[in-house]
Design a protein around this ligand. Structure first.
Ligand SMILES: NC(=O)c1ccc[n+]([C@@H]2O[C@H](COP(=O)([O-])OP(=O)(O)OC[C@H]3O[C@@H](n4cnc5c(N)ncnc54)[C@H](OP(=O)(O)O)[C@@H]3O)[C@@H](O)[C@H]2O)c1
Length: 261
């Protein structure tokens, strides 16, 4: 992997330190960082999964971003479609995390307003090293909320976080970020999906977008990386390119969102 920005690698063979590249300006002060992979024609998935878009370079960036996060936040659909599991990185990655002053594993946070979750999944029953957090809103169905509280009573590393819901039933993203910060999660990595990304930007909460562009065309049919309800009439956010890596014709862009608080 070579750097093109902020400082180009000296030779075509020089390997960039991916962790150092993404740690700069992030570990302190933290923030809300979004990570997506897309095809050159803007698809968010191939055959319903992001896996079809991934490259070895994207996997390296994905892992490094996780290694630099306190919490990984995803929407319920992505957690189910991509089979999210409890967080327990291998020792070599725990060593990297400790070197950056982070806990040995990131928490996994799943956002759902319906709480229509498969509570028998390991993500909810088998978290041991770092907690699994379920974030829901005031409109969550009471019976499912109670099921989750019962399960959390028997599974020590499962935790329910409740935030206000808007009139549309969606969880207030800004309130979610505040709750996560109050719990000590200052480096929030959001791995999507598109609907959650849309809500995060719509709430003005995104500081950074780490976008992998894979050198392929996914063709018609696949959705884009931003979904959900339309934003208000405010000017759409502008992005500043602060980092750019490349490997095997793929690009790994690091954008700062200009209107972030
Ligand atoms: N290319 C990539 O890098 C990438 C990354 C992630 C996902 N994906 C793909 O994207 C697809 C899933 O897309 P998606 O847009 O449906 O995913 P999503 O945003 O992960 O999930 C949507 C669900 O998350 C919950 N949610 C999202 N925002 C919410 C909010 N503000 N308040 C309350 N709940 C909220 C809701 O769950 P409830 O219905 O339970 O309330 C909603 O139905 C999959 O095919 C996945 O593979 C691609």
């Amino acid at each position: 992997m070579r750097a093109l920005l902020p400082a180009p690698s000296d030779t075509t063979t020089e390997q960039v330190d991916v962790h150092a590249h993404y740690a700069e300006g992030w570990v302190e002060p933290g923030g809300v960082r979004i990570n997506f992979v897309t095809s050159v024609d803007g698809a968010a998935s191939s055959a319903g999964l992001s896996r079809g878009l991934q490259t070895p370079g994207d996997n390296a960036v994905f892992a490094a971003l996780r290694d630099l996060a306190d919490v990984i936040l995803v929407g319920a659909s992505t957690a189910a479609a991509e089979n999210y599991r409890p967080s327990d990185p291998p020792e070599r990655r725990k060593v990297i995390r400790r070197a950056y002053g982070l806990a040995e594993a990131p928490a996994i946070a799943v956002m759902s307003s319906s709480l229509r979750l498969d509570l028998s999944a390991e993500l909810f029953t088998a978290a041991t090293v770092a907690p699994t957090l379920v974030i829901t809103g005031s409109s969550a169905p009471l019976s499912r909320r109670n099921d989750l509280i019962d399960l959390a009573g028997t599974t020590t590393r499962l935790q329910l976080i409740e935030a206000p819901s808007g009139s549309d039933g969606e969880v207030d993203f800004a309130a979610t970020v505040t709750s996560l910060r109050e719990l000590g999660y200052h480096r929030i990595l959001c791995e999507g999906g598109p609907r959650l990304f849309g809500a995060a930007v719509g709430a003005g909460c995104v500081d950074e977008l780490c976008l992998s562009v894979s050198p392929l065309l996914a063709g018609p049919g696949a959705g884009r990386i931003i979904g959900g309800k339309p934003w208000s009439d405010e000017p759409t956010p502008r992005l500043t390119l602060t980092g750019l890596l490349t490997e095997d014709d793929a690009l790994f862009c690091r954008y700062r969102v200009q209107n972030a608080a």
